[in-house]
Ligand binder design. Structure first.
Ligand code: PGA
Length: 244
């Protein structure tokens, strides 16, 4: 039985006061008993969120990390700094970063650095609308995974996020999502048989309170990576409720 995960990716949103309000509400409304609940604030707010989530059971994720160890890399954030600020997780290879030029090889290098710092990577994969329309969705996702699974470790999480569903309000149907999740699971069975059944695969792309239960009911969907709907405590708590 894989424990569900609901992770809130706040992207580049928030302010001190907005985040204080959000985390205080989450602390009283989310149930972390049977589900890993994770929030991923922008870097400058990690320390604040670490303090506010202490003792709540809510986990912390960075939104990215450098592939390098600490050193002369202006503007970058080292994986061990995230650990120092209480992160247990890091989101890597999000499509918004891939669109800005991040390559499969870089995502793999970041994942290796993250693992050696003790972080569990949440590895994002997903096809564009054009790739889906041309029938290449599975090939694209499999190629992204191929770069990542060689060093897959226990605790790593995969997030399938079709690019056409991110922030668009257009969600993959539970059937479309399950179809890809089952392809991903089958690929893991081939490549990493001992980890295939325990690796959690999250769906991301316009997950909301009113579609979460249907998505999470699918056999190979182990929870969600939630963007927009993670910025409001009531909506996010309802999504966590759907994963219980
Ligand atoms: P969304 O974002 O829920 O706003 O579509 C998901 C994500 O990018 O992780």
């Amino acid at each position: 039985m894989r424990r569900s995960i609901v992770a809130g990716n706040w992207k580049m949103h928030g302010s001190r006061s907005m985040i204080e309000d959000l985390v205080k509400s989450l602390a009283t409304s989310v149930n972390t008993d049977t589900c890993d609940v994770i929030v991923s604030p922008p870097f400058p707010y990690l320390s604040l969120v670490q303090q506010l989530t202490a003792g709540t059971g809510i986990g912390l994720a960075g939104q990215n990390c450098s592939e390098h160890a600490q050193g002369a890399h202006t503007g970058e954030v080292a994986a061990d700094m995230l650990v120092d600020l209480g992160c247990e997780w890091v989101i890597l290879g999000h499509s918004e970063r891939r669109q800005a030029g991040e390559t499969d090889a870089q995502v793999a290098a970041k994942a290796a650095t993250a693992r050696s710092a003790g972080l569990k990577p949440i590895l994002c994969v997903g096809e564009s609308l054009a790739q889906r329309q041309s029938g290449d969705a599975v090939a694209v996702v499999t190629a992204q995974l191929a770069a990542l699974v060689e060093d897959l470790s226990a605790g790593d999480v995969i997030a399938y996020e079709p690019v056409w569903a991110i922030g668009t309000g257009e969600t993959a149907t539970p059937e479309q999502a399950q179809e890809m999740h089952s392809e991903i699971r089958a690929f893991l069975v081939e490549q990493q048989p001992t980890l295939a059944q325990q690796t959690r695969i999250l769906y991301g792309g316009s997950v909301k309170a009113d579609n979460a239960a249907e998505l999470f009911a699918a056999a190979d969907i182990d929870g969600g990576l939630v963007g927009g709907a993670s910025l409001k405590a009531d909506g996010f708590s309802a999504i966590v409720g759907a994963a219980q």
